[in-house]
Design a protein around this ligand. Sequence first.
Ligand SMILES: C[S@@+](CC[C@H](N)C(=O)[O-])C[C@H]1O[C@@H](n2cnc3c(N)ncnc32)[C@H](O)[C@@H]1O
Length: 347
Amino acid sequence: MTVVESPEPRGEDRAYLDFVLGLKQYFAHQLYPALHEQYMAGASLDELPAYPVFQWVERNAQKMMWRRLDALIRPQAMELEAALDKPIAQPLGKLELDPDLRLPEYYAETEFHIQPGGVWSGALNAFVYEVGAKIVMLGQNDDYLFHRLFVEAAIPKRPYRAILDMACGFGKSTRPFVDAFPEADVVGIDLSAPNLKLAHQQAERLGKRITFSQRAAEASGYPDASFDLVTATMFIHEVPMPVLRRVFSEALRLLRPGGLLAILDFAHTGDAFRDQVMDGHGARNNEPYMPHLFRTDVCRLLEEVGYANPSMLPFDERGGGVRADGTWPERSEWHFPWVVIRADKAA
Ligand SMILES: C[S@@+](CC[C@H](N)C(=O)[O-])C[C@H]1O[C@@H](n2cnc3c(N)ncnc32)[C@H](O)[C@@H]1O
């Protein structure tokens, strides 16, 4: 079988990226707690002398990472692009690309995560994104642990026949659904053709039967009531709020009666310092809609759209899973404030 793997950084590249990872860990584990302490002592964010340094480190560590990954991957462009496009003999799943799909402006005009060219504008961008995703998670998600934990801890065990992962990226959020629900038809959709190609190649290499299809989450084109479970990981903070309403409506249309919407994303925690820093993260990391999501009453929006029993619970990605009592874990370091959002389509 012809499949493709992302290049593994070695030698000087590895050392450089380890340095970037160290910088990100310094930012999260040293700078952030120190600033938090000063803030709690009464200073406002703008008065903290080290806050500009904190912001600089966050943005520039990210830029350094993308630049180095691009330099690592670009020399292998021809082989990688060719391998992505090589058909797989007797694939378990499918890859459906739509060359006529018009990318929405909010997506095409934003280089999310400051990744040059975004995740869609060239075949290599998917590889750059894949290798970078591990570093972005501070080296704590190399084996995509929290994606698996989300499925194990936040998705009720039911006999799902069909599962849709909206905005599936290169498939790391989709694959755990195949492991947990092997009888289900699992489908991942995304706007990025390179991501979907990489997702398909990797799923086949791992022996997972998944259909990957190039579609917009807010207008998927699937028939009504096609799925029992619609899910999305790290997606809803990337769309403008009017689009989020359309995404929720589309998911409701696609769900069968009694079906479930289950989302893993970020939220404000109620800690004023953490929340302001997280808003700033949205700006520094080119995720312009993130602060809007934090100011949206997501459960109310879900109800307005027509869902029943919406809930939003903190999620501890270090192993604790969903925090049913609604409290945030005590943490002094900077981290992504994960939240699980669930809602039902009435039976
Ligand atoms: C941060 S990534 C998350 C990918 C994956 N769910 C994961 O957990 O690794 C966000 C993904 O959303 C996709 N995306 C953004 N807007 C979209 C839309 N309107 N419809 C479908 N996919 C979208 C992007 O192409 C990107 O792959």
